[in-house]
Design a protein around this ligand. Structure first.
Ligand code: MLC
Ligand code: AMP
Length: 465
């Protein structure tokens, strides 16, 4: 397969090319297991994959890529509201899962890592959709981001060059398999470069320490937990490269990692819609707080509120816009949202505020909208959580914000006007309705939300947390 080039070159010396939570497959076996599934799904408009951190998820995703059927990863803990939205909105015709799913809304195909079959279908076109990744906006339900094979190939090649990532590496991470970080970089990256992959199930410091990798991926929450376990951190001293992304890496965590492992981490920046666009380099300078330079093929620019270019003086803040082959092909079925995300000349508006140093190094300083929250590296729309809370019969009003948090970067705090319901009940309600990581960690009960003269809630006037 042109996208996952390493799969076509089975390496019989590596029985454990992909290991997840202790179970391993070599590449030939992975290709065979995926081939068996590909034959059964060929021609479907799209397939949903129950994206638990297990080997069968990798088999299912590779099957979709072999058959040229767009893959829609579904978070394994998605509650009914989120799950039904993803399944309906994506138009997925089948659900691939390791086990039969109770009350599955779709016909389920059970994926086995033990099956073997050759798939003989034609190579899908490079500009066809590989993945439909659901991601939150500031309001409303998550949108499906159309990611092409071409975009993935371009991004992985650019990252391989930036990080000197080769088949000699052993990649280790324990990130979820339904987002860009864990799935595109963390799985497809290994299958394109040919590096071994050890997925630890969960991204726990002790599991990272025990895995003996050369290349480690983590969100900042993972790295901050690693430095709080110095004995685990010290085990990473022998690694070649530690990479952080998905949210800002706090400078103290950067420094603690350096002190404990002797390694300055590489930080990179990206989005579901653009894949990874800016990164420090394996062979370049790594500064705390800096995400580095655009990767090969990507161009960036900083734009002021009036649309004028912002100087690269290391001080003036502008919106970061990006252009290049790694960009998405739009939001599924939402032409207006797609048009709004792009400028007239085709650049993607990231919504992230940045400064660029005179030497070109980028620093992300915040987001234009406070209604997109990053917690533990997950992107969460305030509006989606507010709507979930309002679905609870006891809740009359809700306002959700992200509050700075040492471990999670931001934690979700909900201010609600409600009667006869406890904090715990509301937290569990959101966790069960959407997904666990979208639950507020704290609920504050108010008599009324602060509103302006027009009756619009004023989040800036909420009592400090
Ligand atoms: C807790 N749990 C509950 C619950 N509260 N279950 C049901 N109801 C409740 N009310 C359970 C959870 O299911 C979980 O179980 C356990 O408690 C811990 O959950 P948690 O507290 O939410 O996990 P936490 O420790 O906070 O997670 C931290 C983390 C996680 C770092 C592991 O946030 C994470 O994996 N982040 C990665 C996000 C990511 O990959 N982002 C990339 C986006 S792509 P159990 O059984 O599971 O332990 C992107 C592009 C780019 O951004 O640039 O990369
Ligand atoms: P997602 O679509 O889940 O991939 O989230 C993308 C968002 O994550 C970006 O718009 C940024 O706000 C944030 N992000 C990703 N990487 C970084 C980073 N290294 N530093 C700061 N923010 C980041």
């Amino acid at each position: 397969m042109e996208l996952l080039t390493a799969l076509d070159a089975p390496d019989r010396d590596r029985p454990d090319a992909v290991t997840i939570d202790g179970r391993a497959l070599d590449r030939e076996a992975l290709l065979g297991a995926a081939g068996a599934v590909a034959a059964r799904i060929a021609g479907a408009p799209a397939v949903a994959v129950h994206a638990a951190p297990v080997l069968e998820t990798v088999v299912a995703v590779v099957a979709g890529l072999l058959a040229g059927v767009p893959v829609v990863p579904v978070p394994p803990d998605a509650g009914p509201a989120e799950r039904q939205h993803i399944l309906r909105d994506s138009g997925a015709a089948l659900l691939l899962a390791a086990q039969p799913r109770e009350a599955a809304e779709l016909e389920t195909i059970e994926v086995s890592a033990a099956e073997r079959a050759d798939f003989t279908g034609a190579e899908p076109a490079a500009d066809s959709t590989a993945l439909v990744l659901y991601t939150s906006g500031t309001t409303g339900a998550p949108k499906g981001v159309l990611v092409s094979r071409r975009a993935i190939a371009a991004d992985l090649d650019a990252l391989a060059a930036a990080w000197s990532w080769t088949a000699e590496d052993t990649l280790v991470h324990g990130l979820p398999l339904f987002h860009v970080h864990g799935l595109v970089l963390g799985v497809l990256g290994a299958l394109r470069t040919g590096s071994r992959l050890v997925h630890t199930g969960r991204p726990a410091p002790a599991a990272y320490a025990a895995a003996g990798g050369t290349l480690y991926f983590g969100v900042p929450t993972v790295w901050s937990r690693v430095v709080r376990e110095p004995s685990a951190a010290k085990e990473l001293s022998a690694a070649r490269l530690l990479v952080s992304g998905s949210a800002p890496l706090p400078a103290p965590v950067f420094r603690d990692l350096e002190a404990l492992t002797g390694q300055r981490p590489v930080e990179r920046y990206g989005m579901t819609e653009t894949l990874i666009t800016v990164s420090t380099r394996a062979d370049g300078e790594r500064r705390p707080g800096s995400v580095g330079l655009p990767v090969a093929g990507v161009t960036t620019r900083l734009v002021g509120e009036d649309g004028s270019p912002v100087p690269y003086d290391g001080a003036t803040v502008g919106e970061l816009q990006v252009s290049g082959p790694t960009l998405f092909d739009g939001y599924l079925g939402r032409p207006e949202a797609t048009a709004a995300a792009l400028t007239a000349d085709g650049w993607f508006r990231t919504g992230d505020m940045a400064v660029v140093e005179p030497d070109g190094m980028h620093r992300i300083v915040g987001r234009a909208s406070t209604d997109l929250i990053k917690s533990g590296g997950y992107r969460i729309g305030a509006g989606e959580v507010e709507n979930a809370l309002l679905d609870h019969p006891a809740v009359r009003e809700a306002a959700v914000v992200g509050v700075p948090h040492d471990d999670l970067g931001q934690q979700i705090v909900a201010y609600v006007v409600a009667d006869g319901v406890t904090e715990r009940e509301l937290i569990d309600f959101v966790a069960g309705h959407l997904s666990v990581h979208k639950r507020p960690r704290i609920i504050r009960f108010l008599e009324a939300l602060p509103r302006n003269a027009m009756g619009k809630p004023q989040k800036k006037l909420l009592p400090p947390f």
